[in-house]
Ligand binder design. Sequence first.
Ligand code: CTP
Length: 224
Amino acid sequence: MKANTRFKKAIISSGPTREWIDPVRYISNASSGKMGFHIAKEILSWIPNVVYVHGNVSDKYANVEGAKNVYAETTIALRDAIVAELENDTLVIMAAAPADFRPIMIAENKIKKETTVGLMIELEKNPDILMALNASLKDKKYDSSVLIGFAAETEKLEEHALGKLERKGLKFIIGNYVGKSNTGFGEVDSSIRIFSKDGMIKEINNQPKEILAKGISDFLKEHA
Ligand code: CTP
């Protein structure tokens, strides 16, 4: 395999973000951060300058040795942390699962159940980080930086993945099935498919995330 030396920096995001409803409750998702953590470790073997930006992951996925480790709690904080690190010749891998919505207001005190029969929480859309990064790269004319996304889907993987690749200006998108009856989130074995705009170009089936991460890193080293 030929070595890829063109990237000066890699930014890997990982894990879920949190959007607070009140001082004790938040909206989040089931992402563990395991995939992003292992990708960051693998990428370090060929891009020495790695920034690992993570949401609320467990301690074991919070620190990639040899990387700059940055914590971002909310989707907006995650976007800002990545934009601040963006340069030319940067490989950005968005393995994080940012919350897509946030409450319009965060209640100052714990919402008490006695005060209401049910509860309506009004949400507004969070920014799409990859779209913001794509706009930022164009704006700054950072033409030699590359964006890689994930597509976590419960159905129609290829169709949704290719739609996201196009909308978000990605070079490659890594698709996987998630949900209760599938194996995408958390500690279990999983399968991934890598798509370019021309369709699927690589698949790795039923492997632990450590092995998938190495497969993804090796693929990007050669093709990104
Ligand atoms: N992503 C992002 N900003 C968001 C949400 C997601 O940059 N606010 C990134 C994810 O890190 C991933 C890719 O976009 O690399 C696709 O994320 P996914 O959750 O599969 O899709 P969404 O774009 O959020 O669309 P939907 O939830 O409608 O499937």
